[in-house]
Design a protein around this ligand. Structure first.
Ligand code: DC
Length: 216
C-alpha cells in the first residue's frame, strides 16, 4: 500500500489556513488536522491543572503525563484528554493568551510532532499549522504557505469578533527558538489579501494537481 499523502498548510494567524484547509480536505476526501487546536488543548489543560505556563519544565512535565487519545470524527482529528474533547474551551481569550508560551517549549513541540505524525493512521491528511512543512512532515511534496497583510488579517479577526494582537502573535510564532514559523522550502506561497477563500482553495487544488503530475 502507498504511503498516506499529507498536504501541509502553514502560515500566519488569520491567513485563512483553517477555512482553506477544511475546503481542500472536503474536496479531496482527506482528513483535516488542526494542529493549533492541539497546542490550545495543552494550554487549556495547563490552566485547568494550575500548571505555571511560564515554567517550561512544569509545562513539559504536564505534557509528558497527560492522558490523551487521538480520534477521528467526521473526517476531523480530535485530541481527547481523559475522554473529553474541549472544543469551546480552547477558543477562549485566556487559552489564546497562554498558547504561545506552551507552544514555545521544545519538549512540547517534540511531543506534538510525534502525535501529529501519528495522524496518518486515519488516512490522507490536510494538516494546518505553523511548522508542518518545515518540521512535522518535511518530506511531503505538498507544502503551502498562506499569508495576508496585517491590516487584512486584523480585519478578518475583527469580523469574527475576536480581539487579538496579531503583530504580537506573528512575533511570538516566528521568533521562538523551537520550530519557528517559516516558509517551508518548496512551498507554494499564497498571499490572499485580496482573494476569497474560493479563489485561495482553488489555487491550492490546482497546485496539488500540478505537483501530482510530476514523476517522483
Ligand atoms: O492556529 P492557532 O491560532 O489555533 O494556533 C494557536 C497557537 O499555536 C499559535 O500561537 C501558534 C501555535 N502553533 C504552533 O506553534 N505550531 C503549530 N503547528 C500550530 C499552532
Amino acid at each position: 500500500m502507498s504511503e498516506p499523502i499529507v498536504i501541509a498548510i502553514d502560515g500566519t494567524s488569520a491567513s485563512g489556513k483553517s477555512t482553506n484547509a477544511k475546503i481542500v480536505a472536503k474536496q479531496l476526501g482527506y482528513v483535516y488536522v488542526d494542529t493549533g487546536a492541539m497546542y490550545r488543548t495543552l494550554a487549556w489543560y495547563c490552566l485547568q491543572k494550575h500548571v505555571d505556563i511560564d515554567d517550561a519544565n512544569a509545562v513539559a512535565a504536564a505534557c509528558r503525563k497527560w492522558k490523551t487519545d487521538l480520534t477521528c470524527v467526521d473526517n476531523q482529528v480530535r485530541l481527547v484528554i481523559d475522554g473529553y474533547f474541549p472544543a469551546t474551551e480552547i477558543r477562549t481569550a485566556e487559552t489564546s493568551a497562554a498558547v504561545p508560551k506552551v507552544a514555545a517549549v521544545p519538549k512540547v513541540r517534540t511531543w506534538m510532532k510525534r502525535k501529529q505524525r501519528e495522524c496518518v493512521q486515519f488516512g490522507n491528511l490536510v494538516m494546518e499549522g505553523r511548522d508542518i512543512g518545515t518540521n512535522v512532515f518535511p518530506e511531503t511534496e505538498f507544502k503551502f504557505y498562506l499569508d495576508a497583510t496585517l491590516s487584512e488579517r486584523s480585519r478578518r479577526r475583527d469580523a469574527d469578533g475576536v480581539r487579538e494582537n496579531l503583530a504580537d502573535r506573528d512575533r511570538q510564532d516566528s521568533q521562538r527558538a523551537a520550530a519557528p514559523l517559516m516558509i517551508p522550502l518548496g512551498a507554494k506561497v499564497i498571499n490572499n489579501s485580496s482573494m476569497t477563500s474560493e479563489e485561495t482553495s482553488a489555487l491550492i487544488m490546482a497546485e496539488i494537481e500540478k505537483r501530482r503530475q510530476i514523476p517522483r
